[in-house]
Ligand binder design. Structure first.
Ligand code: SF4
Length: 231
């Protein structure tokens, strides 16, 4: 991706003014942010494991959230991705479409990814919960506990080189901490029990409500790029 194209995406996510004043280097074109598509198919055993997992999630009734869902939201993207993006839970539109991060927040997430040279389909996007909590309330601990086996399995299958969590709920639940998101930003974490690095940033829905924080999210994305390249 050319720097000018990246700048267009940065303008889209609202960091152009900041960028002009303090321009750190944009993504280095010589060092791509994701492996080139190999055209390799998943091994047939993995295809079967993914199919079984998807089926398990689609009929899951382990917590009460199954009662109010239109459908489960399994996750989407490259099952061999270097990057995983993990958010909180489906909202109304995700529940309707069966896909995470659609609507305005999804568009902003797509633009954030494009700003660092990643197409949405190059990453795998999932949530802590696969079913929509009513009225967009926070996930309850027991819901997270029931649902986390599915996300763990997805991470285990994908073996990403980096995980980007978006929003407080995702960061705290994935990393098993209660630290405020403002204090988690700028740190490098490890996904518990693994060497997979985790970088924390704000949820795009929050950025839509608080556009001033977009500059910070760009700093977070830059940190994620550096961490990825060091792997
Ligand atoms: S949120 Fe997770 S654990 Fe609860 S019913 Fe949905 S898939 Fe099952």
């Amino acid at each position: 991706m050319t720097s000018s194209l990246q700048r267009q995406y940065l303008q889209l996510i609202g960091v152009d003014v900041w960028l002009d004043r303090n321009t750190p280097p944009l993504a280095d074109e010589a060092a791509p942010l994701a492996k080139a598509p190999t055209g390799d198919q998943l091994p047939s055993r993995d295809v079967e494991v993914w199919r079984t997992l998807r089926k398990q999630v689609s009929v899951c009734t382990q917590c009460d959230l199954h009662r109010g869902r239109k459908q489960t939201v399994f996750g989407t993207g490259d099952q061999q991705a270097d990057w995983m993006v993990i958010g909180e839970a489906p909202g109304a539109e995700e529940d309707r479409q069966g896909e995470p991060f659609v609507g305005r927040a999804g568009q902003l997430l797509n633009a954030m990814l494009l700003a660092i040279g990643l197409e949405r389909q190059q990453v795998f996007i999932a949530n802590i919960l696969k079913c929509r909590p009513p009225n967009n309330r926070d996930p309850r601990p027991e819901e997270v506990a029931f649902c986390e086996a599915y996300l763990k399995k997805q991470i285990h299958l994908i073996q990403p080189k980096i995980i980007l969590t978006v929003g407080r709920i995702a960061a705290q639940n994935l990393l098993k901490v209660e630290t405020a998101i403002g204090r988690m930003r700028g740190q490098r974490y490890r996904y518990p029990g693994s060497d997979i690095p985790v970088v924390v940033t704000y949820h795009p829905a929050y950025l839509l409500r608080s556009p001033k924080e977009k500059r910070k999210s760009w700093q977070d994305l830059q940190l994620a790029m550096r961490v990825y390249r060091e792997m």
